[in-house]
Design a binder for this molecule. Structure first.
Ligand code: ADP
Ligand code: MG
Length: 255
């Protein structure tokens, strides 16, 4: 049975989508069958893999709201072993529509049940809020991976996230646990980045991934080419870091 990981942090711009896209692609390159689920109305994970958001015949919206079979919506990407359940702006109104639905927090979990065993990893890229879409993502997952940006307010809001994870575990998904924290956009030239790493390590004892994702211009450029970093520039430091993160998630330790 595969593992389902949600990439979550209700703050925007901390590297959720960059992490979701690149870890998915790296896991696929490491011979895992991977499904990336985009549950953010912004659809950045979708476009980041070169899929035209506006031209979608069906999206995750149809799966959650209209009960369409996920299998009919999942599409291939340019990467072998990597499939995508795409999203676009249609999803923006979904939270309001969901309010009236039965068991509205577990729509995604039920939608993924029929495809779960076809993948070694399912990764879910979530929106920057703790609303119903994120609750659906947390309810569908085994583990949460939290990207934290190396900046001044890094720890702000994290107790809310951890509390939400606890509540979901109590009421909706007893299996949920924190896989770990990954520090992103690290800039070795600034004392601030170094301080944030120390603080986060203190706060999340033992839960912080060894590899730290550096700030890397190539990582910012890759999405506009519709490519994960390993295809855009395989040799850059961003590509190396995300490959290492994928290995850590698989439990392969570097000496
Ligand atoms: P989120 O999904 O949490 O909103 P993103 O992954 O979209 O965050 O990242 C926010 C912005 O920062 C994007 O423009 C992205 O390309 C850029 N970015 C993310 N990680 C890095 C990095 N390590 N180095 C440089 N730019 C990055
Ligand atoms: Mg995002």
């Amino acid at each position: 049975m595969g593992r389902t990981l949600v990439i979550a942090n209700q703050k925007g711009g901390v590297g959720k989508t960059t992490t979701a896209v690149n870890v998915s692609a790296c896991l696929a390159d490491l011979k895992n069958r991977v499904l990336l689920v985009d549950i953010d109305p912004q659809g950045n994970a979708t476009s980041g893999l070169g899929i035209d958001k506006k031209g979608l015949k069906a999206s995750i919206y149809d799966v959650l709201i209209n009960g369409k079979d996920a299998r009919e919506v999942i599409c291939r990407t340019g990467i072998e072993n990597l499939s995508l359940l795409p999203s676009n702006i249609d999803l923006a109104g979904a939270e309001v529509e969901m309010v009236a639905m039965m068991a509205r927090e577990t729509l995604l979990r039920r939608a993924l049940e029929s495809v779960r065993e076809e993948y070694d990893f399912i990764l879910i890229d979530s929106p920057p809020s703790l609303g119903l879409l994120t609750l659906n993502a947390l309810s569908a997952a085994d583990q949460v991976l939290v990207p934290i940006q190396c900046e001044f307010y890094a720890l702000e809001g994290l107790s809310q996230l951890i509390n939400t994870v606890k509540l979901v575990k109590q009421h909706l998904n007893g299996a949920l646990e924190v896989e770990g924290v990954v520090l992103t956009m690290f800039d070795a030239r600034t004392n601030l980045s170094i301080q944030v790493v120390e603080e986060v390590k203190k706060f999340f004892r033992g839960k912080v991934h060894r590899v730290i994702i550096p700030r890397n211009v190539r990582l910012g450029e890759a999405p506009s080419h519709g490519l994960p970093i390993t295809r855009y520039d395989a040799k850059c430091i961003g590509s190396e870091a995300y490959t290492e993160l994928a290995r850590e998630i698989m439990g392969i330790e570097e000496d």
